[in-house]
Design a protein around this ligand. Structure first.
Ligand SMILES: Cc1cc2nc3c(=O)[nH]c(=O)nc-3n(C[C@H](O)[C@H](O)[C@H](O)COP(=O)(O)OP(=O)(O)OC[C@H]3O[C@@H](n4cnc5c(N)ncnc54)[C@H](O)[C@@H]3O)c2cc1C
Length: 406
């Protein structure tokens, strides 16, 4: 049974942001502690993931209270998310290779009996490694894990239990309410040594004991983390062009899980009809937790409800295969949506985009200025990207909230 840590509304997200802001000054010194209730981190990721809150909004909130140097660490963590998004956007084959790896590892699990029981024990939290078992259960029950717990968990999965990394990433994606194709896939690759050549993350008992304040001190963990082989980083491809609105076109709006705050779109165009797409079931070929599906669904509905007077006739939720037919029935020339980044929603939309185009209807994906400014800098490692943070912050300082967020 999932314990509801995250109410699926913007109101709840704003309340959480407001309660975190006064604590942001202490984030740098305490953020690594994985303590019950997670008092030292913002616990905002399920909202940021679906853009109930945008990065700009969160950054402006902490920088409105503290000097940049005081909240530098927090700001950097938010930019880690941005970096991963941009990095994957320019290397989309990493996502398709990951999906392929899930399929082939899943085949192995089904055909190799020992492996099946080990995978099941890991997902059920029955490995006998107390901290790992605790985090497996916490993830399934709450849909959230602290960042340090995610790192330890992934490391133990890969180097101690020796299970395929892609199935670990898949387990996270099926249960995390913030499950994100970029942050999740790339963090798992990073732990396993696939992202930064030769660099892995080894979970150490002393580190776990220190940062769980003695709750756990596991024994029997791997003492060496040999980088995984295969799947080297591909060449970077150019960032896809963002769409441009066709003015005067009869326009429908599509709301997806990647951006549930549609104010910035309806400020630019008045849709005659709106449809919602929840592609969370596509996060995995296995069963995605019902809590993930319903959380995503509710956030999209909340986004639509906030603008109900400005979004025309509402079709409710449709499957991607129904999009072209819906658009045709509405007599649309254009379906506008917030840019859909690499991931399940884009996968679901690919055939739909072809079907739309066959009917002469354009799918226009508008990209937020923040993404357009930041993503191209994800060329190499995070440390090079980090150098761009001051200039990116300079750009968002003058951005009006009404344009950028809700
Ligand atoms: C193996 C692994 C898998 C992960 N999978 C996901 C995922 O599916 N979705 C996801 O949003 N994050 C993922 N992360 C990143 C990070 O663990 C979470 O974003 C963070 O723990 C969320 O908690 P918070 O909101 O309290 O974060 P805070 O520490 O309060 O940070 C504020 C915000 O910054 C961003 N952020 C913080 N740390 C990171 C990071 N290391 N990478 C990217 N963004 C970060 C998040 O949007 C977060 O909400 C993963 C990390 C690891 C090691």
């Amino acid at each position: 049974m999932t314990k509801q840590l995250f109410a699926p509304t913007r109101t709840a997200a704003l309340e959480r942001l407001q309660s975190f802001v006064p604590k942001a000054g202490a984030y740098a010194s305490k953020r690594n502690y994985d303590i019950s209730g997670h008092p030292h981190v913002s616990v905002l990721s399920p909202y940021i993931r679906h853009r109930v809150l945008t990065e700009v909004e969160v950054l402006q909130a902490v920088l409105g209270r503290y000097a940049p140097s005081t909240v530098e660490k927090y700001v950097q963590e938010v930019f880690w998310r941005t970096y991963w998004k941009g990095w994957l956007e320019m290397r989309p084959s990493v996502w398709s290779d990951y999906k392929q790896a899930v399929h082939s590892s899943w085949n192995d699990v089904q055909t190799q009996s020992g492996m099946r029981s080990e995978w099941e024990a890991a997902c059920k939290g029955e490995t006998g490694i107390d901290c790992f078992d605790h985090w497996a259960k916490e993830l399934v029950q709450t849909g959230y894990l602290h960042n340090h717990a995610r790192m330890w968990f992934a490391s133990i999965w890969i180097f101690t239990l020796r299970l395929p990394w892609a199935l670990g990433a898949d387990f996270f994606l099926r249960h995390l309410l913030d499950g994100d194709p970029a942050s999740n896939t790339l963090s798992w690759r990073w732990v396993g040594g696939l992202h930064t050549k030769g660099k892995t993350y080894l979970a150490r008992p002393d580190n776990i004991a220190k940062y769980t304040e003695g709750r756990f001190r596991p024994t029997g963990l791997a003492t060496h983390a040999e980088p995984l082989t295969g799947m080297p980083n591909p060449e970077r491809s150019p960032l896809p062009e963002a769409g441009e609105l066709i003015t005067g076109a009869r326009t429908g709006l599509l709301i997806t899980e990647d951006d549930t705050s549609i104010g910035w779109i309806v400020d630019q165009v008045t849709p005659v009809a709106t449809a919602c797409l929840n592609a969370s079931a596509h996060r995995s070929p296995l069963h995605v937790a019902p809590s993930v599906h319903s959380f995503t669904q509710d956030l999209i509905s909340d986004g639509a409800a906030r603008y109900s007077e400005r979004i025309g006739t509402q079709a409710g939720f449709i499957d991607a295969e129904q999009l072209a037919q819906w658009a045709n029935e509405q007599g649309l020339d254009q379906v506008v949506t917030s840019y859909v980044p690499v991931g399940p929603a884009r996968d679901a939309l690919k055939p739909a985009q072809r079907a739309l185009s066959d009917k002469g209807i354009t799918l226009t994906q508008l990209r937020r200025p923040y993404d357009t400014a930041a993503w191209p800098h994800a060329t190499h490692g995070f440390f090079r990207f980090k150098d761009k943070i001051p200039s990116l912050l300079g750009r968002i300082r003058g951005v009006r909230l009404a344009d950028s967020q809700t």
